[in-house]
Design a protein. Sequence first.
Length: 447
Amino acid sequence: MGYLSQMVGLTAQNFLAGAAGLAVGVAFIRGFAGHRTDHLGSFWVDLVRAMLWVMLPVSLIGSVFLIWQGVPMNFQPYIHATTLDGAPQIIAQGPVAALSFIEELGTNGGGFLNANAAHPYQNPTPLTNFVEMLAIVVLPAALTYTFGRMINRQREGWLLFWVMVVIFAGALMLGGIAEQNGNPLVTNAAHVTHVASDMQPGGNMEGKEARFGIGGSVLGAVATSNGATGATNSSHDSYTPLGGLVPLTNMLLGEMVFGGLGTGLYSILFVALLGLFLTGLMVGRTPEYVGKKLGEHEVKLIAVYTLIGPVCVLLPAALAVVSNAGLASLTTNSGPHGLTEVVYAYTSSFSNNGQTFAGLSANSPFYNISTGIVMLLGRFGLALPALALAQRFALQPKREVTKGTLPTDTMLFGAVIVGTALIVVALTYLPAIALGPIVEHLQMLGH
C-alpha cells in the first residue's frame, strides 16, 4: 500500500479500533460501579477521550522513541542498491515509526514490513523489542487498576492483575522450555545438537530472529498472543508443537491476560463471574461480585459470552477441513500441523489478533470471507453481551458484603479464576488440541 493510504486509512482505524475498545471497557466497568442507573456513559465522549487523552500522546512519545532508536520515518521511495557481490537489493523506506507504534499500542498488529517486528527497520534493538512489547500490554494491564479505582475496591483490581501475571509467567515458562528443548527429529536426521553451548544458543532456532534468540522470541509470542496484537517477532509456524500450542492457548483463553484495549478486562471478568457462580453453587455462598448479584438473566449472558468463542472457532474450522476450498490452502503442511494451522487462523481472527501460522495460504475467497465474518463476531459478538451485562449490573443497587458473600479479593478466588479458565478451555477445545499439537508432539517424539 502507498504511504498516504496507510497513514490516512489504516492509521485512523488503528486509533479508532483501540479507542472504541477502551470506550467499551470503561462502560463495562461503569456497570459494576453503578447504583440503580441505566447510564453507562456516552460512547462518543469516551471515544474522543481515549484518543486525545491516552492514545495520541502515548503514540507521539513512542514514535519519537522509535525514531531515536533508528526506525525509519520518512516519505522517500524505496532505495535500489547493489550488494558487494553484485546482486540487486531493494531497501524499504517510509513512515515506519509512526505506523508501527500505534499498531501495537492500539492492539491492532500487522506490520509495515513483511517480516513484521523481526525486521531491523521496525525493531532494531533489544530496547525497541522491549518497549514495543510493553506498548502491547501497558494499557490493558492498567485497566485492572482503573477497575479497582472506579468501583472503589482496589484489592479486586490488583487481584485481576496478579492473575494475569501468573498466567503470563506460566505461558512464558512452558513456551521457553518447549523451544529450548528443540526438535529431536532435526537432531536425529541432521545430527545437530540442540544443547546450548559457547558456539550456539541451542534449542529450536527455526523461524527466529537471531538478534532476539529463543528468550526474546518466546516473550514476543506470549505478549502478542495475550495482547490481541499480531506484531510478531518470530514465525510461530516454525515453533515446536507444544511451543506453538502456548500462543494458541493464550488466544483460546479469550485473551484474558491483558488482552485488547477493554476486551481483556471484560474477558477476565466474565471468567471470574463464571467461576464465582460455579463456586457459589458448590459451597452454598451468595453469587455476588463487588456488590452485584448474579441472577438468572446475568448467568444466561455469561453463558452466551462463553459459547460464542467455540462456535466461531470450531464450526468454521470443521467446515474448512472437510471442504475442498478449505483444504486447498494447506499448501505446505497437512495432518496434525495442518489442522493446527486452520484452528489457529480462526482463533486469531476471532480474537482480533492477526498473527498466523504462515503455512496456511489464507488469501483465498473461502478464508477471506469466513475469517472476516469471524472477526466481526469476535469484536461485536462479545461486546454486545458485555454491555448488556453491564447495564443489568448498573440497574442493581450496591449490596453490602455479608458473611454469606464469597470473598472475591483473595488468593483463593484468584486460583478459582485460573482454574475456571483452564477447565473451560479444556472442556471446549481439547479434542481440537489433541488432534493437532498433541498428536504432532507425539509424532515428533517417535510415538
